[in-house]
Ligand binder design. Structure first.
Ligand code: AMP
Length: 283
């Protein structure tokens, strides 16, 4: 594995790989790697020849009061994990490398970004779609791998790629969970033992919602009421949102109907830590 901090050098290597007929798989991350990230690398290895992973904590997607400065970082540990997972090129640009001058351009996906995390984190998805566009232009991957953990992000990226005719296939990969159900996240490291154990209500509430659907429930507000009541059983939980949306439009839902896809999306704070989780349903 080569660790490469500059755009120029990465482009040079990838040009050679493409000339040799290799397909490029790309896994963008913010680092502090866990098995969720590694599951994306494993999927990329099944589908492409050369694996590029980026580690870049993107200032554009953090609000002024968010955790940019304290976002967990451990590049030496990440290098080891990426190497043993089979990453070919680890791209580790600095903020200066990605944004040498103030940006005068941003990529904005409309509508899908106006609910859920887009409401709670104004500007977040503009930062995501802008940095992903830059990263796609640097790497020019055949396929890019994203986790369903960030369901709204997947919808935003797929919409952007479709609208802008970007020549890349987006592959979305299942949520990777701890044995007890907690969705893996770099931010889990912030949780105290008490918060960590109460955070299990997220996956538990999604599981109950799935059981309700399997048992024939079709009323979205009834399911969300149940989901909220389960989360509220945890005294430390402060719900940011708990909603059911039509996927991928992220439109409101009243009654579930056949052949449509839905997502129940949760964002819940435990102390200072905001966790997200979700579950998809297709009737
Ligand atoms: P992050 O480093 O948190 O920005 O995540 C980088 C990529 O890994 C995104 O596509 C995430 O959706 C994905 N990811 C993060 N956590 C998980 C997880 N638990 N399971 C699957 N994918 C994940």
């Amino acid at each position: 594995m080569l660790t490469i901090p500059t755009i120029k050098e990465l482009r040079h290597h990838l040009q050679k790989e493409k000339e040799a007929g290799k397909t490029i798989g790309f896994v963008p991350t913010m680092g502090y790697l866990h098995d969720g990230h590694i599951s994306l690398v494993n999927k990329a290895k099944e589908e492409t020849d050369v694996i590029v992973m980026s580690i870049f904590v993107n200032p554009l997607q953090f609000g002024p009061t968010e955790d940019l400065d304290k976002y967990p970082r451990d590049i030496e540990r990440d290098k080891e994990l990426a190497r043993s997972a089979g990453v070919t090129y680890l791209f580790t640009p600095s903020v200066q490398e990605m944004y040498p001058k103030p940006m005068r351009t941003k990529v904005v996906v409309e509508q899908i970004t106006e609910v859920l995390c887009g409401l709670s984190r104004p500007g977040h998805f503009d930062g995501v779609s802008t940095v992903v566009t830059k990263l796609f232009n640097i790497v020019q991957p055949d396929k890019a791998f994203f986790g369903q953990k960030d369901a709204q992000q997947v919808a935003v990226i797929e919409q952007m790629v479709e609208d802008m005719l970007m020549p890349v296939t987006i592959v979305s990969c299942p949520i990777y969970r701890e044995a007890d159900g907690l969705a893996m996240s770099s931010r889990n490291v912030y949780l105290s033992d008490e918060e960590r154990s109460q955070a299990l209500v997220l996956s538990q509430s999604l599981f109950v919602a799935k059981q309700m659907i399997d048992a024939g429930e079709r009323d979205a507000s009834c399911m969300i009421k149940k989901v909220r009541s389960i989360i509220e059983e945890a005294p430390l939980a402060v719900i940011d949102y708990a909603e059911m949306k039509k996927y991928p439009e992220m439109a409101d839902v009243d009654q579930l109907v056949s052949n449509e896809k839905y997502v129940i999306a949760l964002a819940v704070k435990f102390g200072q830590t905001r966790l997200i989780d979700n579950s998809w349903f297709q009737l």
